[in-house]
Design a binder for this molecule. Structure first.
Ligand SMILES: Nc1nc2c(ncn2[C@@H]2O[C@H](COP(=O)(O)OP(=O)(O)OP(=O)(O)O)[C@@H](O)[C@H]2O)c(=O)[nH]1
Ligand SMILES: [Mg+2]
Length: 311
């Protein structure tokens, strides 16, 4: 319970900024009798600052203007905004493997640019799914840095799961192939693959990722694979460029936003769902193994719009 409360507080930190802006702007404009262009511009600016992006910001401002014109007695801006933001996130299924074949092995492949938190997430997910009764294997397919393999091994120890590393000099594709075989032999049906950070503009690295994805694809039915893109919650506009080019190399099933605890602005969630049409699966909310939250869209929207209490 204490752990849950602590995690909720960390999670709320990533909501604070957008919540504050929303509360100030919408409540002020809602009650004002006459409004100038500057007032609407300030609202738009706040939404852009909160990382919702220019298109969505404008859409919200225009709809809010319309809504204010037809202001119904006793209506509230909160209920309107809850409905509007909720509709953007509608259908965000944060569960993994919802269409997996029962009894079959499952694989998570983590991809993303350098330093976004992939290895940390591999450890967090290993613990999360081990606690749910899965037999987890962590595969170290980052061959760029020797230290990366050691780093993952430490996470595997913390999570108490099986760890596989390739021989020095092996290519990541063959490590994945051998890792899957080793996991199968050890009856570890839940494989999590950590890959090297790769720039989304480096063609060779993207081709390498494509190859890794194909090896996973050959070894698992499609419903048993989750190719997840890890994005730094503060990446802003750049997140979309990353998703676009990495998504061309690897068919993505969803996004994990990391570093949610460090001044994330929150609005990026709506853009990812709307512009990339990818579900948000988890939030990384700190550097510890337990700092992971499945993304709950209703809880998120409620926390922005209404005054949520720490449970
Ligand atoms: N505050 C915070 N820090 C995080 C989070 N996730 C990871 N970090 C930190 O971010 C840094 C990079 O994390 P890694 O897991 O090594 O990132 P990576 O994507 O594997 O990095 P490369 O393999 O070099 O591409 C480390 O210092 C982590 O402790 C998070 O959710 N919150
Ligand atoms: Mg790493």
């Amino acid at each position: 319970m204490e752990e849950k409360r602590g995690l909720f507080r960390k999670w709320l930190k990533g909501v604070e900024k957008i919540k504050e802006g929303v509360k100030q702007q919408f409540s002020r404009l809602w009650v004002a009798d006459t409004l100038q262009d500057e007032d609407w511009e300030a609202l738009e600016e706040m939404l852009v600052q909160a990382d919702l992006g220019p298109n969505l910001a404008l859409e919200l401002v225009e709809e809010f203007q319309e809504m204010k014109k037809q202001k119904v007695e006793n209506g509230s801006w909160q209920d309107w905004l809850y409905g509007k933001l909720g509709s953007i996130l509608e259908g965000n299924d944060s569960s993994l493997f919802s269409s997996a074949q029962s009894g079959g092995m499952k694989a998570i492949l983590l991809a993303g640019i350098n330093g976004v938190g992939k290895t940390t997430l591999a450890g967090k997910l290993a613990r999360y799914y081990s606690l749910q009764g899965e037999e987890v294997a962590l595969i170290a397919a980052d061959t760029f840095r020797a230290a990366a393999v050691d780093q993952l091994e430490i996470w595997a120890e913390r999570a108490g799961c099986f760890f596989f590393k390739g021989s020095p000099g092996a290519d990541p594709g063959s490590i994945i192939y051998d890792g899957i075989e080793a996991a199968r032999k050890k009856n570890r049906g839940f494989v999590i693959i950590d890959t090297a950070g790769r720039s989304h503009v480096n063609k060779n690295l993207l081709a390498e990722l494509e190859k890794m994805g194909k090896i996973v694809q050959k070894n698992f039915p499609s419903g048993n694979i989750e190719n997840l893109l890890v994005i730094d919650a503060m990446a802003g506009q750049n997140a979309f460029l990353q998703a676009e080019s990495i998504g061309k190399a690897l068919p993505l099933n969803g996004v994990i936003l990391s570093k949610w605890d460090s001044q994330a602005k929150g609005g990026i969630v709506f853009r990812i769902k709307k512009e990339l049409a990818l579900p948000i699966k988890f939030l990384g909310i700190g550097e510890k193994i337990e700092d992971l939250q499945p993304f709950d869209s209703d809880q998120f929207v409620k926390a922005i719009v209404y005054d949520e209490e720490v449970p």
